[in-house]
Ligand binder design. Structure first.
Ligand code: GDP
Ligand code: MG
Length: 306
């Protein structure tokens, strides 16, 4: 027979246990129930039930962990990595489809995306890795990847959801871009008000529609904001007599010719006998510079080697 527990801490923990959205939350609440469960003999059964439940939850968590480690393997972090984070049905998969080379399943059924989905967005001759992670309020949401991402698009179809998402995020060093989706369902007046509110909050934001056929949908602006959130230098390289390579190498701002060479492979800078440079950091096209020359975005370098 269930016994009545009067401890308010226990009742609170039980309520949170029942309402928990993720296994972690559930386990945490259960641990508090256990610590506030009555200690007397009459409650022995209850205590036993609770600890058994905990064992099951822990085993389940362990199994999940193994599953996510095996099979698909981890996600290899791209040089520029951006996450799409939001509640279910906010349009994450639709946005993923319109920004990248992926064809995710799009559906009004809640929690359709159960695993992170990785795609690539080509922008300004850079490849940006974009990852849709499962809905933030669902049980497939995993915080881990947020710690190391370079930037994240917080996607909402209601302005109220933005604070909810931000509160759920663990501490991170990535840039946040706020995107309010489904602007095709808003009137001009609503859009104007939304812009004003976002500006007054000083958000870095874009108002978008992810539906492919919508015009004036804010997606180009969002792409630019994603790209601009990376403080990077793109430097093109070429060999004497050849065209420059299509893909730039990506460097930190303030990098030198030597840094660029070492990025190509370690020790390469030692083999260079002459460097010519074209673009923003050069006084004139084909200027000969030393290894300490500071590069700028969109420079082209030509290395002559031994
Ligand atoms: N009107 C409108 N509907 C959208 C937009 N983006 C997504 N949807 C719809 O919202 C539902 C959920 O989309 P989905 O991309 O699967 O959302 P997710 O759960 O966040 O990945 C689908 O029915 C989409 O067609 C948009 O910009 N405008
Ligand atoms: Mg989805």
């Amino acid at each position: 027979m269930p016994i009545n527990v009067n401890d308010p801490e226990y009742t609170k923990a039980e309520k949170e246990y029942l309402e928990a959205k993720t296994p972690d939350e559930r386990l945490e609440a259960l641990n508090r129930m256990i610590s506030h469960a009555p200690k007397h003999k009459g409650a022995e059964n209850l205590r036993q039930q609770l600890t058994q439940r905990r064992k099951r939850l822990e085993e389940e968590a362990e199994r999940k962990k193994k599953k996510s480690k095996g099979g698909k393997g981890g996600i290899k972090k791209g040089e520029m990595q951006v996450l799409i984070i939001g509640k279910t049905n906010s349009g994450k998969s639709s946005l993923m489809k319109s920004l990248t080379n992926t064809t995710p399943k799009i559906s009004p059924v809640p929690f359709t995306t159960k695993e992170p989905l990785v795609g690539v967005m080509d922008y300004e001759s850079s490849q940006i890795q974009i990852i849709e992670i499962p809905a933030i309020e669902g049980e497939d949401f995993e915080k881990g990847i947020i710690h190391t991402a370079d930037a994240m698009v917080l996607l909402a179809d209601k302005i109220e959801d933005i604070d909810y998402i931000r509160e759920k995020l663990p501490p991170h060093g990535g840039k946040e871009i706020i995107a309010v989706n489904k602007s095709d369902l808003m009137t001009e007046e609503e859009k104007r008000k939304l812009h004003a509110r976002m500006q007054s909050k000083k958000y870095n934001f874009a108002v978008i529609s992810s539906l492919p056929y919508t015009k004036d949908n804010g997606r180009e602006e969002l792409k630019k904001k994603i790209f601009d959130s990376f403080d990077i230098l793109r430097v093109f390289t070429k060999e004497p007599g050849n065209e420059k390579k299509e893909k730039p190498i990506i460097l930190q701002p303030g990098s030198s010719v030597k840094d660029a060479a070492e990025k190509i492979f370690k020790g390469f800078s030692g083999k260079i006998i002459e460097t010519k440079i074209w673009g923003p950091s050069s006084k004139f096209g084909g200027q000969i510079v030393g290894l300490n020359h500071k590069l700028e975005d969109r420079d082209t370098i030509e290395f002559k080697t031994k």
